[in-house]
Design a protein around this ligand. Structure first.
Ligand code: MSP
Length: 503
């Protein structure tokens, strides 16, 4: 059973604002994979949550005249609220202000200290609050005459007593690990960037702060709080019960996939594996770095007023349509523009004109002309793209996986046109007509099961319309051994997808 475990995580989100499309994106991607693996027979653990410490949260709360925990409670709730809105099937939601996390993060620190990887010194250098990141002088760029981070975040000079993690000592071991595990960092462009950065030399990492106290206290030194990234990264194990030796959930470690945005690749592909090696814990199998959404070529930002809200997009397109189009429009791993006209085009092409139309015309024809039951027929064609579909999903190549579904749906639409059941009926060739209709229904059953990770609600409806038993909707049931049974009563047909108008 061990090899059938699958652990997937999203980044934990900063609670300094409300969730937007960028946050929804990683969460939906993780949800698609979690659903896929569950349907494929895996024991899945899917974690998401919120990152609530650090100077950014501390300052935001101060600016709003509230306490940090008030700010955290408010926005952690916003992040929890979008989960049902997006139909996210997470098994746990961790907040870094919870006791279970703080205890685990402190134990993790202690483990690093016991391994002699931590020492006290003083830090002087640049810090970008927005990124919660340290930058070297040579990484800074100039914007409007001021120094800023390569991400354009403002930087400030910082000098304080600090604990350090001996990151520089892990350089060779990291490079060897990347070499031995060529799939650890995806996509390939992210991998090259990380490898080049590590080869350029790593400096020891400051892992504590003394100038504010909104963080997890450093064990045995109350003056210091843990650097927010050490605190945050450890959520992936504290949520499994680390350091409790009996924690059953630790069987899920190491994670199969950490999904992260490309902006936080350095933390996940360099710091995190180094911390884990130092703590003698196994390393995750893969970190997949997704790209960024822009709007009309611009970064989404509050000041530009172009932030896309998940709620608005769900209202506009429908949830499953949004879940489909985000992964069809732009290859996962690439940056892309959220072009609304293109979104409507893609949704109409697949949802309304291909799959929806297939279901609508076949099922209403059956209701009118074939007694409203599964027609008489034998065993139909097996979904031959299934193997490749699974390969693409396992590689996070969502767009390619969706193309396979589209081809399958188009195949059956063409089959309807070529075999014209309406003509067969007119010519009173009833047996052939029944057989053709049966084949289409069986084809739809197979597509609907396979499409569930992307469109769980709509495919559930389609499977209901086809009277597929609830306990026969796993990937193993796609096989014709579980084909539809002729004569089964079908519920009255209903349209699945409305055609969207271009505004
Ligand atoms: N708290 C850290 C993560 C800690 S994980 C141990 C963080 N939080 S965040 O809220 O700023 O970002 C969370 C995720 O949202 C990141 O993966 C980031 O890349 C993603 N996105 C934020 N804006 C985005 C877009 N415009 N487009 C796509 N994803 C974007 O970083």
């Amino acid at each position: 059973m061990d090899d059938k475990k699958f652990y997937i995580t999203t980044p934990i989100y900063y609670v300094n604002g409300a969730p937007h499309l960028g946050h929804a994106y990683t969460s939906i991607a993780a949800d698609v994979l979690a659903r896929f693996k569950r349907l494929d027979g895996y024991d899945v653990r899917f974690l998401t949550g919120t990152d609530e410490h650090g100077i950014k949260i501390f300052q935001t709360a101060r600016d709003q005249g509230i306490t940090p925990i008030e700010l955290c409670d408010k926005h952690a709730q916003d992040f929890k609220d979008i989960l049902p809105l997006l139909n996210i099937s997470n098994d746990d939601f961790i907040r870094t202000t919870e006791d279970r996390h703080k205890k685990g993060a402190q134990a993790f620190w202690q483990k690093l200290a016991d391994a002699d990887t931590i020492y006290k010194d003083s830090y002087s250098g640049w810090y970008a609050v927005r990124d919660e990141a340290y930058y070297n002088e040579d990484e800074l760029i100039e914007k409007d005459g001021a120094k800023c981070a390569p991400t354009c975040a403002p930087v400030e000079w910082m000098e304080e007593e600090s604990y350090f993690f001996n990151l520089s000592k892990w350089e060779d071991r990291l490079l060897k690990f990347y070499d031995d595990n060529p799939d650890f960092i995806q996509p390939a462009s992210a991998r090259s960037e990380v490898v080049a950065f590590v080869k350029g030399g790593l400096r020891d990492l400051s892992i504590s702060r003394t100038s504010f106290d909104w963080g997890v206290p450093v064990p045995n030194d109350e003056k210091h709080v843990m650097y927010v990234w050490l605190d945050a990264l450890s959520n992936y194990i504290t949520a499994l019960g680390y350091p409790d030796a009996d924690a059953k959930l630790m069987d899920f470690w190491p994670a199969n996939v950490h999904l992260v945005g490309k902006d936080i690749m350095r933390f996940h592909c360099i710091y995190w594996p180094a911390f884990l090696m130092a703590a003698e814990l196994p390393l995750p199998q893969k970190v997949f770095c997704n790209g960024w959404w822009t709007v009309d070529g611009e970064k989404m930002s509050k000041s530009l007023g172009n932030v896309l809200s998940p709620q608005d997009l769900v209202n506009k397109y429908g949830l499953d349509q949004l879940r489909y189009v985000m992964f069809r429009m732009v290859r996962f791993g690439n940056d892309g523009d959220f072009d609304q006209a293109r979104a409507v085009e893609l949704i109409n092409a697949f949802c309304a004109n291909s799959l929806g139309n297939l279901a609508q015309r076949t099922l209403s024809f059956i209701a009118k002309n074939a007694g409203g039951v599964v027609p008489k027929g034998g065993v139909s064609r097996n979904f031959d793209g299934l193997t490749n579909y699974k390969v693409e999903l396992n590689n996070q190549s969502f767009d390619k996986a969706l193309t396979i579904l589209e081809e399958e749906s188009n195949y059956w639409n063409k089959y309807v046109d070529e075999n014209a059941p309406w003509t067969l009926r007119k010519e009173e060739r009833f047996e052939e007509m029944e057989n053709v209709l049966y084949n289409i229904c069986e084809g739809m059953r197979q597509i609907a099961i396979a499409t569930q990770p992307f469109m769980p609600t709509k495919m559930n409806e389609l499977l209901d319309l086809l009277a597929v038993p609830k306990d026969e909707r796993l990937f193993k049931h796609i096989d014709v051994a579980f084909a539809l049974k002729s004569g089964t009563f079908l519920p009255p047909p209903q349209a699945l997808f409305p055609r969207l108008d271009q505004e």
